[in-house]
Structure formats: C-alpha cells, structure tokens
Design a protein around this ligand. Structure first.
Ligand code: PEP
Ligand code: MN
Length: 343
C-alpha cells in the first residue's frame, strides 16, 4: 500500500503516519518527490484497510499497490530514479553508453579497448573478471587479476567500471574495484546474491534472466531495494524463445513496459540480445527509440581473437559508427548521447 501525503503535509503529520504504520508491525519507506511525499507500507499489509490511514491529518489518499513489487513500482515512486555512477547519471535525459570487452583478457586488450570506447564517447567501461560460462571448459575469466587490470584502466582513462559478481562471498571484494556491480542473466534469481548486493550502497546492474518475465525481473530488483540499496539499473538483454536465428530474442517491448511499471533506469544490451555483430547497431537504435536510458555494448580491439563473445563484439570502428547512429536517434526522441572524447 502507498500513502500519498498532501503537498502541504507537515513533518509532524508525516511522522504520525510513519508511527501508525510501525505500530501495526509494518515498515514505512519514505519517498520524497518534488510535489509530495509518498509513504510505502512494507510487509503483507492485506489485513489493513487503506481507509484507516485516510483519516490521519495530512493524508491525501491511501491505495493498495496491485503489483507484487512495491519499492520498484512507479505507484510508490512516480519520479524517475537517477542512479549516479561517480559523475554519470543513469535515468536522466542522457543515454549512457557502457562499453568494453565481454571479458578482461590481458592488459593490452583492455587498455586498447578502453582507449577506443572512451574516444568514441562511452562513459562507463565494462569487462568481466569472473565469467559465467555455459561450459566449464571455456575461458572463465582472469578473476582478481582482471579486477586489477580494470582498476588500471579506470585510472588511465577515467572511466568508471562495471563488472560482474557471481557469488555473495565475492561482493565485498568486487565492490572494492567496481563502480557498478553487474548481476548476470544466469544469476537474476540467485537470492543470496541479490540480498548481498542489497547490503552495499554500490549501483547494481541487474540483467533480465534468460527466461524471466518482466515481473520476475522487477521482483529480483525488489530483493535488492528491500535490503536498502536503491541504486538499481535494469537491463534487457534478450530472452530465450523458439527463434534460432539470433542468440536471444531482444524484447524491445520490455523497455517501455518497464519504464511504465518502474521508476528505475532501464538499459539495453543488444550484444547479448542478438549475438551477432551486424545486428547490434540496429537493435541499439531501436532500444534508444523505445526509451532505453543507456546501452551496454561489447567492444573488442580484435574480436576475431576474443576469448569470449567475439561474434557479437564490435570493433572500435564499429562502435564509433554505433555511437554516431545512436546519437541521431537519441536527438530525435529528445535525448542526448555523450560526445566523443578527444583527450
Ligand atoms: C555479459 O555481460 O558478458 C554477460 C555474461 O551477460 P548475460 O549475463 O546477459 O548473459
Ligand atoms: Mn558477453
């Protein structure tokens, strides 16, 4: 349930509503918008009638949220949430570009790729140190060495880092290096991991599970939010369907559906969404036109030699072309894209 306060409600009136919620054994979660404060009643509040709160001074209305997710819901938090990654805001007017290799393979590979994506206008560097591979015989990532290389690249190119964390035990370690903790598609339902990233105050990039519905993605986000971390970015990365011509089926619908259901930023990963280099730019354009707040793109200095996901990785030149294309689409829908960086 959410309790919408009148726009002129006083601090005492808000405190009284919170005390009332707590006296019933629930938690209260305050969301202070520009216009008014909204108070969420957290817990199974089905036995309580909304009308009892409407009698309290300063309350405009109390309504049940019909969705099973609450903190993630737009009913509870009507304004868009901005997730800040160092100096970069995700969820505002700017479409944020996050780019880099699927996995960190070597210093040379990471530095060359980081230089290229920075020059093209990316604001965040991606790169996996621990890789959730389908086969135990595939390259599993450089682990800690990969994190150290990411730290070097961050210092050299002034790009915040997004990298995947695969287990709750590694959250503290990865958080020392990463600016954004990525939870991969295969871990969207790893509840101990969701809880662990909910305990830290680092932004989390939560990818949609390979077979997850939009509602299941939002419930996964709810786990993180309910532990106290409000900095969640959702990512559409394609789902598995019966269509074999692409690696996954990029669900363009999910972007406007999510934007209407939740206040959290939504970004798109057309690299995993298609699995094919030549499809990445068209789907990136479509995602931005559909309202994506950012793009996560795999770029490799030499895709033919990539240890992971080479077929869907753009060359640096390909990424340059993507940025130019996406900028035109962004402008057409009233958004901006970071400018190429000459430094
Ligand atoms: C990745 O970003 O490299 C990755 C493994 O993505 P996903 O979890 O979406 O498959
Ligand atoms: Mn990948």
């Amino acid at each position: 349930m959410v309790i919408v306060m009148k726009h002129n409600a006083t601090a005492d009136e808000i405190t009284e509503v919170v005390a009332n919620i707590e006296s019933l054994g629930y938690k209260a979660h305050l969301s202070r918008g520009e216009e008014r404060t909204i108070i969420g009643v957290i817990g199974d509040e089905r036995p309580v009638e909304p009308e009892r709160f409407e009698l309290l001074p300063g309350v405009e209305r109390a309504v049940r949220i019909l969705h099973p997710f609450k903190l993630a819901s737009r009913d509870f938090h009507p304004d868009d949430t901005l997730v800040r990654i160092n100096g970069v805001s995700v969820g505002g007017r700017e479409v944020v570009l996050m780019a880099g290799p699927c996995s960190v393979e070597s210093r040379e590979q990471l530095m060359e790729t980081a230089a290229a994506v920075k020059a093209a206008g990316a604001q965040v560097l991606r790169g996996g140190a621990w890789k959730p591979r389908s086969s135990p015989y595939s390259f599993q990532g450089l682990g800690l060495k990969g994190l150290e290389l990411l730290r070097e690249a961050k210092a050299e190119y002034h790009l915040p880092i997004v990298t995947e964390v695969m287990s709750p035990q590694e959250v503290t370690l990865v958080a020392q290096y990463a600016d954004v903790l990525q939870l991969g598609a295969r871990n969207m339902n790893n509840f101990p991991l969701l809880a662990a990233v909910g305990e830290v105050q680092k932004p989390v990039l939560l990818k949609r599970g390979m077979m997850a519905t939009v509602e299941e993605l939002l419930m996964a986000a709810e786990y993180i939010l309910s532990r106290g971390n409000q900095n969640v970015i959702l990512c559409e990365r394609g789902i598995r369907t019966f269509e074999p011509s692409t690696r996954n089926t990029f669900d363009i619908n999910a972007i406007p559906v999510l934007k209407s259901l939740t206040h959290l930023p939504v970004i798109a990963d057309p690299s995993h969404g298609t699995g094919k280099r030549e499809l990445v730019t068209p789907i990136a354009r479509a995602a931005v036109a559909a309202g994506a707040d950012g793009l996560l793109i795999e770029v490799h200095n030499n895709p033919a030699r990539a240890l992971c996901d080479g077929a869907q990785s753009l060359t640096p030149e390909g990424f340059d072309a993507l940025v130019a294309d996406v900028r035109r689409v962004a402008e057409a829908v009233g958004r901006t894209v970071g400018l190429p960086c000459l430094a």
